[in-house]
Design a protein around this ligand. Structure first.
Ligand code: SAH
Length: 411
């Protein structure tokens, strides 16, 4: 037999502290959710087939001296029928099945915790290795079901109003860990692509900055859109970024997906305060990248996300500045009422302020929606996602210290 490369070993090497690492206490949700015990999705030296897109699987099968159509058969078993056991793949042939059993496995992340909100939003805490976990959220609406997927364990960007930012950063998720989130949700929902479609949209708006994990995210998004994968239409897979200009250009070159940009402020001074990445890639450069992205796809509309923070970015002059920016790009605005979390200094703008802000934009011809807050009773709303992050930065400890200091002052 030929040797095949074992990406799982790279994963193990890159996956941070081992299975015995203990979980640091969390300031808020710790009481509600179970602590993370041993759980490793990359537990053996066999390759995890969730790691590959269609071409990758074909190449892997070629190395096994198998025809490409066999790879496609297996792909369909995985993503259309949620098979994790080669024995289930009855039309694959015994000889190939035992060959696959020897070198490969299908291992989605482990569900550590799952919970449904009053509005039917569903949240999973998925264990990725010994101590890290991320959150994935499903938002059912009439006629559509959107899954919010994480791309990293924690986030390195530190946007001031985002709860993920307070947890620091551990590592990028592998493709298997990204597509594995969709797999867990699809299996739970009984989703069958092209037939029983429960899952219609995926937004890369969970934990992390997807463009800082470019290759793995692009590969996973290719499985989301592949007919033999989850079969989603290109425009129904959305990548959201805080604005990494060169990577937006790269994305435009390699993947046909929808783009959302976390803008949150209409001028550089304010944006740099709340989205520190703006210092590196200011608004003019960001809009330039958006224009280039849109020029490649004449029918595309870019969504600009704008979290409404009371007294910070919600004044009439901000709305007017935003109108001017929106004249430069074909885009729509999504106003997100700020979702609170323990220890934050920000507050949500009042309803009337949000409505007034929206009206200014609408009156100027800018398509503007206010995002309905979903799942906030289980901390599943935008910016509330907090997995369990073995922080490699000092941010988590610093944030906890700030909360404790605040509590001491209040006492
Ligand atoms: N890093 C990417 C992906 C995260 S998407 C990005 O920045 O786009 C999560 C979205 O929710 C972003 O638009 C983010 O800015 C927004 N968000 C973060 N914290 C929030 C909060 N507390 N309330 C409402 N929206 C928030």
């Amino acid at each position: 037999m030929q040797m095949i490369e074992h990406p799982v070993q790279h994963l193990l090497a890159a996956s941070g502290p081992g299975p015995d690492a203990t979980l640091p206490p969390r300031p808020d949700a710790a009481a509600r959710e179970p602590s993370l015990a041993r759980n490793s999705s990359a537990s053996s030296a066999r390759v995890n087939l969730l790691e590959y897109d269609r071409q990758g699987l074909r190449d892997l099968f070629a190395q096994l001296d198998e025809k490409p159509y066999r790879a496609e058969q297996v792909m369909k078993w995985i993503y259309h029928r949620h098979a994790t056991d080669f024995a289930q793949m009855t039309d694959v042939g015994k000889r190939l099945r035992s060959k696959l059993e020897a070198v490969a496995e299908i291992v989605p992340p482990k569900t550590l915790f799952e919970k449904q909100a009053a509005d039917a939003t569903y949240k999973w805490l998925l264990g990725m290795d010994g101590g890290n976990a991320v959150e994935t959220v499903f938002i059912p609406e009439s006629g559509r079901g959107t899954l919010c997927v994480s791309s990293q364990i924690g986030c390195g960007l530190n946007c001031r109003f985002c709860s993920t930012g307070t947890q620091g950063f551990n590592r990028n998720l592998s493709s298997a860990e990204i597509i594995g989130q969709v797999f867990v949700a699809a299996k739970h929902l009984g989703n069958v692509p092209h037939q029983q479609r429960k899952l219609t949209n995926v937004v890369m708006m969970g934990m992390g900055e997807p463009l800082l994990n470019f290759d793995n995210v692009v590969r996973a998004m290719s499985v989301m859109r592949d007919d033999l994968g989850f079969g989603l239409a290109n425009k129904r897979v959305t990548l959201s970024t805080a604005g990494l200009v060169p990577m937006i250009d790269k994305l435009g070159e390699v993947a046909d997906v929808s783009l959302a940009v976390s803008l949150h402020a209409p001028n550089d001074e304010l944006r740099t305060q709340i989205v520190p990445l703006n210092k590196k890639y200011p608004i003019a450069e960001l809009l330039g990248a958006c224009q280039r992205f849109a020029a490649r796809r004449p029918r595309t509309t870019i969504t600009f996300e704008y979290t409404m923070l009371k007294g910070v970015n919600d004044k009439p002059e901000h709305a007017r500045q935003l109108v001017k920016l929106m004249r430069q790009v074909p885009g729509k605005v999504n106003l997100i009422p700020f979702n609170t979390f323990a220890g934050t200094q920000f507050e949500r703008s009042d309803k009337t302020t949000i409505r007034g802000f929206q009206k200014t934009l609408l009156d100027a011809g800018v398509l503007t929606m206010v995002r309905r807050t979903r799942g906030d009773d289980i901390d599943a709303a935008c910016g509330q996602l907090k997995g369990q992050v073995l922080d490699r930065t000092r941010r988590q400890a610093e944030f906890r210290r700030r909360i404790e200091e605040g509590a001491r002052h209040a006492a």
